[in-house]
Design a protein around this ligand. Sequence first.
Ligand SMILES: Cc1cc2nc3c(=O)[nH]c(=O)nc-3n(C[C@H](O)[C@H](O)[C@H](O)COP(=O)(O)OP(=O)(O)OC[C@H]3O[C@@H](n4cnc5c(N)ncnc54)[C@H](O)[C@@H]3O)c2cc1C
Length: 343
Amino acid sequence: MGGVWINTVETTKLQTPKPAFHFSDFPWPDSVPELFPNQFQVLDYLRSYAHHFDLIKDIKFGTKVLGIKYQGASDEEMQPWCLWGWKWGALQFKREMGVEHPCRVLYRTEHWNVPDYNPWGVPLPYLYLNRFSELMVHKPGEGFLLSLLATILAPLRLAFSKFVESDIEKKLRLAKFVKLPVLASAKKALKFKVRTTRFQGEKNIKDIFESKTFQDHILGSPDAAVPLYRECIHPRIPQLAVIGFSECVANLYTSEMRCRWTAELLDSTFKLPSIKEMESYSAKWDQYLKRYSGRYYRRSCIGALHIWYNDQLCKDMGWNPKRKKGFFAESFEPYGPSDYVSP
Ligand SMILES: Cc1cc2nc3c(=O)[nH]c(=O)nc-3n(C[C@H](O)[C@H](O)[C@H](O)COP(=O)(O)OP(=O)(O)OC[C@H]3O[C@@H](n4cnc5c(N)ncnc54)[C@H](O)[C@@H]3O)c2cc1C
């Protein structure tokens, strides 16, 4: 119970502030006053969530998923499918890092601080996690007005970035760090073997399928973003939701929203569009990612458009996407998991 949080490097802490990393209906206990809880506190929190909602009985422990396959049609029969029904499937990424592949992380404590979410005293969520901030960014498939606004506000986005960057530069003493490259001397003096974790998310997600057809579908074209509709399901792979492949600044919050969307889909409270429409959505995300992430487009992060993305999930589920009271709060107050407690 607890996934990556069971076994982390000593002194690991949450990088996301606590208010953004919690389940909407399960606040952190008062016994954790820290803004950035450590790994034991995160683990406790996840475990108490599972106990509180009696989820343990639904988890099969000590079992490794070796592969998944769709029971029913064969690969050939699936090729021409245009419409399919939804039941349930599950996918978990295989975690490769373990005792067979140990790794060491080299870091300098003086320079690498816990992130500060108050650059020059201004809370970061007011700069990046409200609706106004999302107006500064172009969106997949946006209309003329949103596109115009994003273009007009681009200089302000740059100013925000420079403002935050100057604070980071000062706090982490980066200018000094660049002049005195400590890692270069450390490399000579210390006999450290640095290995990567070998974590290959794309390979894992592909290999889990027994079907060659699904293996080919899931990752899509190598020069496009992984084609998941709503960052969650593949239009041509039935009965399967992928939670957690596309990331965000607070993954628990994002994953919870996706799980709720998937649950509503399974309950048939809304219908999916056609495969063509879903693929067109993915193509628009692909363009957006290439515009902003350059060569790192392949794996999605919805961070810059978190509220806009949640709006889409809400609309699908028939929820009101606007979760604040009044124009000012709606435009400038930061959004977080607590805004989505109830439908
Ligand atoms: C050091 C560290 C710090 C992080 N800090 C943050 C942070 O501050 N904020 C944030 O938002 N995110 C952070 N993350 C990202 C973090 O991965 C996610 O927030 C979240 O824990 C992912 O949860 P998950 O359930 O999707 O995956 P995981 O936590 O990876 O859980 C997957 C589980 O599935 C199991 N599993 C894998 N393959 C199989 C198989 N074949 N069969 C059966 N079981 C299998 C694994 O053993 C594991 O228990 C951090 C990650 C790390 C490693």
